[in-house]
Design a protein around this ligand. Structure first.
Ligand SMILES: C[S@@+](CC[C@H](N)C(=O)[O-])C[C@H]1O[C@@H](n2cnc3c(N)ncnc32)[C@H](O)[C@@H]1O
Length: 226
């Protein structure tokens, strides 16, 4: 369908409207989903190393570009169950997830990367800013520093979602992961697939041949737990 639409001559605005229409999303969900989203679906509780965990949430001003509460909350529980000493985020965005992770892990080192100078602006205003190591550089240009540092216990991969980028970011994440660590990917979904900018599922289908990956029920999070 994506290839078919690519060949139909329509103005880009109309094409975008068709591709993002709820009806199109519904067709995609019924028709394409079973073929693309093949990771086993597991409940959050099956990935937590302890029960009775508590997390702290602060009031957030979320926009469309932020990870929604529906994903941020399970993500926080996953991190909390690890008691991580070092957390890495690939793709700060507006920094809302970064701030929540910092709030919940006062003793952890939180490192977040983004290439967009505007990305860290919002985060810098947060009272948690001093506790977050914001790195304004393409993460793949900073390998020397990353390799010289201790590994990370918890890594959130949420950079560019093109298949090639997710592959590259994931390879890096696996190489930086501490023993018993966890990697979480965002946007393991069909959203944006028709528009050609979400290849998370395709990249992860390949990694799933080597690593045990799963997606969390009711979320668009995919997880690797060592
Ligand atoms: C989806 S947003 C991140 C959202 C954020 N993690 C959240 O939970 O709200 C993706 C971000 O990744 C950044 N990005 C893309 N490729 C990158 C790279 N190679 N290195 C660092 N940041 C990158 C983009 O500039 C963008 O701000």
């Amino acid at each position: 369908m994506r290839d078919l639409l690519r060949h139909i001559r329509l103005n880009t605005g109309i094409k975008r409207k068709i591709l993002t229409h709820p009806l199109t999303e519904m067709i995609v969900a019924c028709w394409i989903k079973p073929h693309r989203l093949t990771l086993p679906v597991v409940p959050l509780s099956s990935l937590l190393r302890e029960s009775g965990l508590q997390i702290t949430l602060q009031q957030l001003h979320l926009t469309q570009s932020d990870s929604p509460y529906n994903d941020v909350v399970p993500l926080c529980f996953l991190a909390a169950s690890l008691h991580p000493r070092r957390i890495l985020e690939i793709g700060t965005g507006r920094g809302t997830t970064t701030a929540i992770l910092a709030l919940n892990h006062p003793n952890a080192t939180i490192v977040t990367y983004d290439i967009n100078p505007a990305a860290h602006e919002n985060l810098r205003k947060s009272p948690l800013a001093s506790r977050i190591d914001m790195r304004l550089i393409d993460i793949h240009q900073d390998l020397e520093r990353l390799r010289a540092e201790p590994p990370f216990d918890f890594i959130f991969v949420d950079g560019e979602h093109l298949e090639s980028s997710v592959r590259r970011d994931s390879e890096l994440a696996f190489s930086l992961l501490a023993p018993k660590g966890m990697i979480v990917w965002h946007d393991y979904s069909n959203s944006g697939w028709l528009l050609g900018y979400n290849g998370v599922a395709e990249a992860l289908a390949d990694f799933a041949k080597t690593y045990k990956l799963a997606t969390i029920e009711g979320t668009v999070l995919a997880v690797y737990k060592s």
